[in-house]
Design a protein around this ligand. Sequence first.
Ligand code: TRP
Length: 313
Amino acid sequence: MANLPQSISTSGATSFGASSATAKDRSRIASVEHLVLQLNNPDLRENALHELSKKRELFQDLAPLLWNSFGTMSALLQEIVSIFPVISPPNLTPAQSTRVCNALALFQCVASHLDTRMQFLHAHIPLYLYPFLNTTSKSRPFEYLRLTSLGVIGALVKVDDTKVISFLLSTEIIPLCLRSMEMGSELSKTVATFIVQKILLDEIGLKYICTTAERFYAVAQVLGNMVETLVEQPSSRLLKHIIRCYLRLSDNQSACKALRTCLPDMLRDATFSNCLREDPTARMWLQQLLHNIGDNRVPALQGGGGFDRMMGS
Ligand code: TRP
């Protein structure tokens, strides 16, 4: 294991958190290290990707191992870029999609780990996933790719680090999330909305989205469209994230005012009472939202500042 850093190959035995690793642990670690090395061999890579993505939960320190071992990250990036030619026009096969999603699962592992997250960002690796978020095909291979890519970004925003949010905003992640919220399956919509929610909950994120009327309305429009799709295909999970996004938007004065007129009626009447019955938190958020925007619809005042003035109305 000459090309594994000392700190990893020798301390690997404690990776399971136990002070005295059993022989079984040690052999499991050796097999993970072996698979990581196999990523460098194009002939063995596909199988190694498959095995490692299955094992990634079992081995806590897989992320630093992937990041610090020679050639591994570039091998994973090669996997990603190798399918760019079949993204547009869309010609992705199920096998290609599965293989890249296994590589993405390993990226997610690196994105989740405290010791590798910032390096992963500083290397601008999320940008390589953006072409997958910009696709419009609803076929399974593309949907799987979209969902797995969103999973990587979701892992980054999960930890509430304002540096992560600022980085993502600077890469224009919002329009890409909006696209998945429009194009994706229920699951992709949910993860994309979760990402937008996490961005909004950050002070800088809320300011960013509410800084122009165009940005606010772009987000509000997509949230509104999703509310409509929920009538046909209810999902209390997705509804909850949507409500949380609206509630957070209502913390911004201009956005709050605009919501008085653009919050869907379906959130004000009993349309979703079934969905909300079992979720007291979502119910409370919705109540708070309706309270923030004022119980009855108040027509926006002319010239009172906020988006009306920005839009020149
Ligand atoms: N460059 C665009 C902007 O800064 C990015 C963008 C498009 C955007 N749609 C958005 C940002 C919606 C926030 C919300 O406005």
